[in-house]
Design a protein around this ligand. Structure first.
Ligand SMILES: Cc1ncc(COP(=O)(O)O)c(C=O)c1O
Length: 388
C-alpha cells in the first residue's frame, strides 16, 4: 500500500463534517449546520454564465484571472471597501478557500506561527497545518461581543508569529469588529511587522446598522494586508468557486506562482459570471439580506425564550452562536439535540477551545425550517426542565 504523507494524515479534521456524518443516521433531520446560502444564484448571473459557455469562453485564462474581472474587483475594492489598489495586485482564486491557502503559503515558511481567531472557521487551522506552520490562537470573547481585540492578539504574539488572520463578520460568532478596534490592531501590526489576512466573505451581511471595515483600507495598511473575498456568500455562488486575493503588489507578483502550479486558473465561465455579480444589479443581494434579517429575528426570539439558552444578537453573517453552557458541553448538547429533535447544529468547540459552551446555528435556511426547529427544541427543553 502507498504511504500517505504525514502532512495529510495529521491534518485536523473538521467538527462540522463530523456532525453531518452523525446526522446521516437519522430521519426527518433539519440541518442548521451548513454555512451555505439556500438561495439560487441571481438570474442575471446564471445568464452571464450560460452566455460565456455559448460564446466559447471555455479556455484557460491568465493565471491571475481575466483582466476584465481583475479590473472589476479593483473598482469594487475602491468603491465599497476604500482600498485603492491596482488590478495587478489582485489574484482571482477558487473562492476564499484558495485565496487563504495561497496567502498562507505565500507569506510563511515552515515552522512559523500563524495567529488565528478562536473560535473561527476550522479550515484556517487545516490550511496552516498544510503549510507546515503552527497555529496559535487569540480568543473572541462573548463579553467583547466576539470582536477581535488588539490586547488579546498582543498577548499571544511571539518572535515566531509571522501572520495574523482576521475574519469580520465572523464565522461562527457573527461578531463584527469595529473601526476603532481595527485601528488598534493596525497599530500593533505595524509595530510588529506582521502580515495580515483579512477574510471578509460576509462583508455585506450586516444587521442593526453594523459597519464593515476592511483593515486594508486603514492608513498605511496596504503594505501588510491581504484582503480575501468571494462570490460564495454575497451572491450565493458557492459552487461556482470564484474569489480573490488582493495584497501588496511585490508580494502578489511572487505569490501568483503558487496558483500557477496548483490550478493554472479559475474556470473561465465562472469568472464571467463573477463580473456580472459584481457589476450587475445588486437588488437580489438586498433581497437575500432582508430574508436573513427576518430569519435572524425568528431565531433570536425563539432561542432566547428557551430555558438554559442565551443568544447574543449577531451583527453580521448568517450564524447565531448561543451560549448553551447551562445545558452541558457543546458536543453533548449538539448530539442530544440531534438525537431528540433531529436537529443538526455545530458544537462551538469545533471552531476552537474558546467555542466550548456555545453552538453554531446557521440561518441560511427557510423560515418554516427555523420555526419547526424552534418548536422541536421548545418541546425537548421544556420536557428536560419538567424532569429536573
Ligand atoms: C470565514 C470563511 N472563510 C472562507 C470560507 C470559504 O469560502 P469559499 O466558498 O469562497 O471558499 C468560508 C465558508 O464557509 C468561511 O465561512
Amino acid at each position: 500500500m502507498i504511504r500517505v504523507s504525514k502532512r495529510c494524515e495529521t491534518r485536523p479534521s473538521s467538527g462540522i463534517r463530523k456532525m453531518g456524518t452523525m446526522a446521516a443516521g437519522y430521519a426527518n433531520v433539519l440541518n442548521l449546520g451548513i454555512g451555505e446560502p439556500d438561495f439560487n444564484i441571481g438570474s442575471n448571473v446564471a445568464e452571464a454564465l450560460k452566455k460565456a459557455v455559448d460564446a466559447g469562453q471555455n479556455k484557460y485564462t491568465p493565471t491571475t484571472g481575466l483582466p476584465e474581472l481583475r479590473a472589476v474587483v479593483a473598482r469594487k475594492l475602491k468603491r465599497e471597501n476604500g482600498i485603492d489598489c491596482e488590478a495587478d495586485s489582485i489574484l482571482i482564486t477558487h473562492g476564499a478557500s484558495e485565496a487563504i491557502q495561497t496567502a498562507i503559503l505565500g507569506t510563511t515558511d515552515v515552522g512559523d506561527e500563524v495567529l488565528l481567531p478562536d473560535p473561527s472557521w476550522p479550515n484556517y487551522q487545516g490550511q496552516v497545518h498544510m503549510a507546515g506552520c503552527k497555529s496559535s490562537f487569540y480568543p473572541l470573547l462573548e463579553k467583547d461581543k466576539f470582536h477581535a481585540r488588539a490586547e488579546q492578539i498582543e498577548k499571544r504574539l511571539t518572535p515566531q508569529t509571522r501572520l495574523l488572520i482576521l475574519n469580520s463578520p465572523s464565522n461562527p460568532t457573527g461578531g463584527v469588529t469595529t473601526r476603532k478596534e481595527l485601528l488598534e490592531i493596525a497599530e500593533l501590526v505595524k509595530q510588529r511587522n506582521l502580515a495580515v489576512i483579512s477574510d471578509e466573505p460576509y462583508e455585506k451581511l450586516l444587521y442593526d446598522g453594523a459597519e464593515h471595515v476592511s483593515i486594508g483600507s486603514l492608513p498605511g495598511m496596504q503594505d501588510y494586508v491581504f484582503t480575501v473575498n468571494t462570490c460564495s456568500k454575497t451572491y450565493a455562488m458557492t459552487g461556482l468557486r470564484v474569489g480573490y486575493l488582493q495584497g501588496p503588489k511585490e508580494a502578489m507578483a511572487a505569490i501568483v506562482k503558487i496558483q500557477e502550479g496548483a490550478s493554472s486558473c479559475v474556470n473561465a465561465p465562472a469568472q464571467w459570471a463573477a463580473i456580472e455579480a459584481f457589476e450587475g444589479p445588486q437588488g437580489y443581494v438586498a433581497e437575500m439580506l432582508s430574508q436573513y434579517a427576518i430569519r435572524r429575528g425568528i431565531l433570536l426570539d425563539g432561542l432566547n425564550a428557551l430555558p438554559g439558552v442565551n443568544c447574543l444578537a449577531p451583527e453580521g453573517a448568517f450564524y447565531v452562536f448561543p451560549n448553551i453552557s447551562k445545558l452541558g458541553r457543546s458536543q453533548q448538547v449538539a448530539e442530544d439535540w440531534l438525537k431528540r429533535a433531529q436537529l443538526v447544529t455545530i458544537p462551538g468547540n469545533a471552531f476552537g477551545e474558546a467555542g466550548e459552551g456555545f453552538l453554531r446555528i446557521c440561518f441560511a435556511v427557510g423560515e418554516a425550517t427555523l420555526k419547526e426547529a424552534l418548536s422541536r427544541l421548545a418541546s425537548i427543553l421544556t420536557e428536560l426542565k419538567q424532569r429536573a
